[in-house]
Design a protein around this ligand. Structure first.
Ligand SMILES: *[C@@H]1O[C@H](CO)[C@@H](O)[C@H](O)[C@H]1NC(C)=O
Ligand SMILES: *[C@@H]1O[C@H](CO)[C@@H](O)[C@H](O)[C@H]1NC(C)=O
Ligand SMILES: *[C@@H]1O[C@H](CO)[C@@H](O)[C@H](O)[C@H]1NC(C)=O
Length: 239
């Protein structure tokens, strides 16, 4: 009897361990989107400033043995669906342009997109960013994006963390991004869950919009060197 019990235990353990160790294997479409994205950029040691930077995409291989993109550096997949939900290529020595036809925007299941501390060579933030409507975390700081922040960013209504700060010209320190049309006001209008908004060194140059007080989830608001004026809106915390 004792033997039988331990035998069943053994079986149960084997079943449990094998089912928990099953890795999600990535979808072919997403794997090819990632590989195309990798090939659209080059690697340059001058593109990242963080001392711990390294070229994460170099572990991305198309050989059969290493073809499961869920196991690649900087990538996480949903355990059940196998879809790519995290792309963290911060400080990865990426150098090159990103535009709206980048296969990056085919990764529509992304919750986390971190491209911080790379050199995108004064690319505009592509308007197709608005298609990544599941994003909760978006970090494009320190990555040399240029121009007007597109209105489509305001489509990302699930965002909890948004960091577009510190896109500056390295030698002069000139601000590269601006938020004029759309304004800060229209950018934040759909954000219901936003906790952290980092926009330092983006040229905004307006009055502090009152609507900020309506984003009651906000915990951190970083707006240094944005050229804002006027007083901070009062949060109405009366019941
Ligand atoms: C992507 O867009 C650029 C211009 O924005 C264009 O030059 C290029 O040919 C396009 N690539 C593809 C594959 O459509
Ligand atoms: C965005 O990335 C930068 C550079 O890696 C980092 O310092 C910053 O904390 C990140 N922002 C958020 C909101 O996580
Ligand atoms: C906004 O998000 C919806 C899905 O929530 C998507 O269908 C639409 O194309 C997006 N619009 C823009 C302008 O990105």
């Amino acid at each position: 009897m004792k033997f039988l019990v331990s035998f069943f235990c053994l079986i149960a353990c084997i079943v449990a361990s094998s089912s928990s160790s099953v890795q999600p294997s990535c979808h072919e479409k997403e794997r090819s989107a990632l590989l195309h994205f990798k090939l659209s950029l080059s690697i340059s040691q001058f593109a990242s400033i963080d001392p711990s930077a390294y070229p994460k995409t170099e572990s991305w291989k198309s050989t059969r043995k290493e073809s499961d993109c869920c196991l690649w550096d900087g990538i996480e997949c949903d355990m059940k669906s196998g879809h790519v939900t995290t792309l963290d290529l911060s400080s990865s020595y990426l150098h090159g342009f990103i535009n709206s036809n980048s296969t990056l925007f085919d990764l529509v299941h992304l919750h986390t997109l971190n491209l911080a501390d790379n050199d995108f060579r004064y690319s505009l933030i592509p308007s197709r960013i608005g298609c990544l409507s599941n994003l909760e975390y978006l970090n494009l700081s320190y990555s040399k994006f240029f121009g007007q922040v597109p209105l489509e960013v305001s489509n990302l209504s699930k965002l909890i963390y948004l960091d577009l700060s510190n896109n500056v010209e390295p030698s002069s320190g000139a601000h590269l991004l601006e938020l004029r049309q759309p304004s800060l006001r229209s950018l934040v209008q759909n954000f219901r869950s936003l906790k952290e908004l980092w926009l330092s060194k983006i040229t905004i140059s307006s009055r502090v919009p009152k609507i900020l007080a309506n984003v009651t989830s906000l915990r951190i608001l970083a707006l240094t060197e944005c050229g804002l004026h006027g007083s901070c809106p009062k949060v109405d915390d009366s019941p």
